[in-house]
Design a protein around this ligand. Sequence first.
Ligand code: EPU
Length: 416
Amino acid sequence: MQKLKIRGGKPLRGDVRISGAKNAALPILCASLLTAETLTLRNVPQLNDIGTMLKLLAQMGVTAQRDGETLALNAGSLDNPVAPYDLVKTMRASILALGPLLTRLGEAKVSLPGGCAIGARPVDLHIKGLEAMGATIRIEAGYIHATAKRLKGARIFMDTVTVTGTENLMMAAVLADGRTLLENAAREPEVVDLADCLIKMGARIQGHGSDTITIEGVATLHGAAHAIMPDRIETGTFLAAVTATGGDIRLLNTQPGTLDAVIEKLRDAGATIASSADQISIAMHKRPLSINVRTAPYPAFPTDMQAQFIALNTIASGTAVVTETIFENRFMHVQELVRLGARIDIEGNTAIVHGVDKLTGAAVMATDLRASACLVIAGLVAEGETLIDRIYHLDRGYDHIEKKLVALGADIERCN
Ligand code: EPU
């Protein structure tokens, strides 16, 4: 199994190009299920999760042609509306096939994802929303079996803000009969990117980016071309890394406006940050100050940046309080950071991070995607050598992260 070996202590310097966003690409790949015509995507990141989604779509009958970061998908021969357990269990985002399959073919059979390392992550709101649109849904042998002649527009209130839930219901509603109102919808930029792509395909959607999205169903969608938005979490991860290690970097092909909460916190930590339309420059030449963080749905501080900010706080001056409000078990990186010399207490959904002068390299294990990114940041600041095991988690969601870090001057290599 591959590991990452990092010798820490080097400042980061140079330019880094941000890739397309995983969490925008995954639903947009599923949007290809909604039309018999070709959907051409640009800025598609090279990630294992994208590979898994392409496998899933292929066994449903979707053809894919990939050329670097361009991907052409065609669901003209879509004939198998099934998302099997062996793929869904490796990637929960497979649930995003449910809404599109059901609304296009009148039937979908998608495995229930089961539990997950960071929390229970139920999909009850996806199911309730589709039922409100007239679907008949049975849970059989671990599968969600949904049928509907044609979905009907409905007013749907989601009592928890759910990103993939909003995306699934929005995709179901674009081909439904009549108007759907999604209330307490997720406002995440990835939801907006999906809506923008669907509109290019002929969907009638308004209000995306606010908490009420209105969709007027149409009879069919057509092909389109769309560029996936830049990854705000990859951007935030590099910003947190340089705030921890010190240095001076420029992030290219990014979207600064999607990172307000993160950038404000890094300024509080002492970083100097300037941005233009699609670039961010950051400089940091002192020990960071500790920063309190509370995760919440967009536009507040993202849960997907919580682990990286804990890593930053481990070597900051002062004590930070980090509260996780989205997932009930997203502190697994804490025990690994303690192996590197961090001082962190956990009380319920809060981590109290007492900044120490330095971390010291050790062998650690990645437990999920963002926990892996947190350990990379910790390894970059630790004295000596850090060996991170189970980096397949990292490859699910970061496009060539070690190559990008090497180009910024980090001492990091992949080994077996
Ligand atoms: N929830 C329910 N019922 C549902 C759906 C969600 O109770 O039917 C709860 C969840 O258990 C959780 C909360 O609602 O407590 C929010 O979960 P959400 O549904 O928004 O999460 P998600 O859509 O499954 C996406 C991202 C995650 C990111 C979260 C929160 C994708 C593919 N995944 O997950 O990304 O953490 O939103 O922003 O978009 C990652 O990239 O590392 C990652 C985990």
